[in-house]
Write a protein that binds this ligand. Structure first.
Ligand SMILES: NC(=O)C1=CN([C@@H]2O[C@H](COP(=O)(O)OP(=O)(O)OC[C@H]3O[C@@H](n4cnc5c(N)ncnc54)[C@H](OP(=O)(O)O)[C@@H]3O)[C@@H](O)[C@H]2O)[C@@H](O)CC1
Ligand SMILES: Nc1ncnc2c1ncn2[C@@H]1O[C@H](COP(=O)(O)OP(=O)(O)O)[C@@H](O)[C@H]1O
Ligand SMILES: [K+]
Length: 443
């Protein structure tokens, strides 16, 4: 964001002009949400506070009863200029009375440490007393680059991100405090490879399609066939044309459309899934090695990740996609530094695989530096077996597209949308029923 701002300044945009643009964009969003409800605007010492002074002036011009409460002096040239354009009184944050709307313009990307305990408590109190609370750029107290909470933060109704989403807008725990995210265009381009995961554009099969052109997925079973079945059923509803389940034991409940094979038959497979229900014994490792040695693109999940963490990748072909949750990730890659986005990118770079680092803020990272973050997924996904469904979907989309990063992004999106359609208290099997509607919505 700082680099993007500097690039704008180099082309003649001035600091204060950008602050006026940012303030106007934020004021417009607040106006639409709150209209003439009275507002208290909390202004900090930096440019975030400067935005607050601009917002206050513009809302007052529209007839809103606005009060400002500042935390000390304004310390930047632009924020001093914004403050001098405000001719009303300035109260003290620690003593100001609450209002119907609270606007938090205390700190944004320049926060370097947690707020003083008394200030943080005051912010929480004023926010709770308001009907609607808006955070300007970021809730004061969250670390912009990691999403960590550096001090107590209230839950906001709206967070207005200025110019671009920062990691904290998408990563936990901060993302859970933002309420509705609004992105304010301030006219500067962001040179970034990190994106908020967007809805994919999918294609229906062409008129001449047949089951093999649509993609064959081989799903390798092991000792826990239930998990493998969930994956195979998800692959079968992913848009792929053919799913072959490779199992040398009887598989009790499975769609008749899924073809079984007792041997490791990877003929015509455009993608292989290995890991869900695989087991962790020597026989499981042998199956995993056989898949990797076959050389085709494969998705590694669950037990396959545990086995790779224990035994290493050696000179085996790396998975096209790996889908670790937090525990699997740290077992595989150790304690990496930085935000979840940084860690996912480092893991993708070192392994050469697309890494889907799962959780409430799933990060999809590619070895070439692209990354997408899926925030806002249903917390009801935190139920056993949903990871197996995701792995099946990822393998299915890989068979359809042949592009691991695209496949992983599509799979995470469809998984999240299927969960949203399933509503509350679903089990992993229920996602299988809502997947076709999630796909239909993206055609
Ligand atoms: N560049 C631009 O023109 C544009 C920028 N924009 C806006 O600017 C925001 C970034 O502004 P910023 O860099 O001035 O940082 P900001 O978040 O206001 O705070 C920094 C000040 O707080 C202080 N401080 C830090 N932590 C503290 C603590 N815990 N408790 C107490 N003090 C603390 C720190 O001083 P320190 O004590 O660390 O030396 C410093 O004085 C950005 O989020 C967006 O809203 C938009 O208008 C678009 C145009
Ligand atoms: N609190 C949450 N909010 C949103 N999604 C979640 C949450 N917890 C888990 N998920 C998602 O649910 C899935 C769980 O996968 P995983 O941990 O492998 O479970 P399992 O092994 O039981 O299938 C992942 O896709 C993950 O991103
Ligand atoms: K703020």
């Amino acid at each position: 964001m700082r680099a993007a701002e500097q690039a704008a300044f180099d082309t003649g945009v001035d600091d204060y002009g950008l602050m006026e643009t940012a303030g106007a964009a934020a004021a417009e969003i607040i106006w639409r949400a709150g209209h003439k409800r009275d507002a208290l605007i909390l202004c900090g010492p930096g440019n975030n506070g400067g935005d607050g002074f601009v917002i206050a002036r513009l809302l007052r011009d529209r007839g809103v009863a606005v009060r400002i409460a500042a935390l000390g002096d304004s310390r930047t040239v632009s924020s001093q200029r914004a403050r001098s354009a405000w001719d009303g009184p300035v109260e003290d944050v620690m003593t100001a009375a609450p209002a119907g709307q609270l606007v938090d313009a205390l700190f944004g990307t320049g926060l370097t440490r947690g707020l003083d305990e008394a200030v943080a408590a005051r912010l929480c109190h004023l926010s709770e007393a308001a009907t609607t609370s808006h955070a300007i750029d970021l809730p004061s107290g969250v670390d912009s680059d990691s999403g960590a909470l550096l001090s107590a933060v209230p839950h906001f109704d709206v967070c207005i991100a200025l110019g671009a989403y920062k990691p904290a807008h998408l990563l936990q725990p901060a993302a859970a405090y933002m309420g509705r995210l609004a992105l304010a265009d301030i006219g500067i381009a962001m040179p970034t490879e990190v994106h908020h995961l967007g809805a994919p554009a999918l294609c229906a099969p062409g008129a001449n399609a047949h089951k093999y052109t649509r993609g064959l997925v081989a799903v390798v079973a092991g000792e826990m066939v239930g998990a493998t079945c969930l994956s195979a059923e998800a692959a079968a509803r992913s848009g792929a044309g053919y799913v072959r389940l490779i199992a040398d034991v009887a598989v009790p409940v499975l769609s008749h459309a899924i073809v079984r094979s007792a041997s490791l038959d990877l003929d015509r497979a455009k993608a292989v899934l290995v890991g869900p229900g695989l087991g962790r014994d020597d026989a499981a490792w042998d199956r995993l090695v056989a898949v990797a040695k076959a050389g085709g693109p494969f998705v590694a999940d669950a037990d396959a990740l545990r086995l790779f963490a224990e035994k290493g990748f050696g000179d085996l072909t790396r998975p096209a996609i790996m889908t670790p949750h937090e525990g699997e990730f740290s077992r595989l890659f150790g304690d990496l530094r930085g935000s979840k986005i940084d860690r996912a990118l480092a893991a993708a770079r070192s392994s050469g695989s697309v890494v889907v680092y799962k959780g409430a803020d799933s990060v999809i990272a590619a070895p070439d530096g692209r990354a997408a973050v899926a925030s806002g997924a249903s917390p009801w996904l935190s139920t056993a077996g949903t990871g197996d469904v995701l792995a099946g979907l990822a393998a299915g989309r890989l068979a359809v597209t042949g592009d691991p990063f695209r496949a992983a992004c599509e799979a995470v999106w469809l998984h999240g949308d299927a969960a949203r359609r399933a509503g509350p208290a679903f089990v992993a099997d229920d996602l299988l029923a809502t997947l076709p509607a999630a796909i239909a919505a993206r055609l």
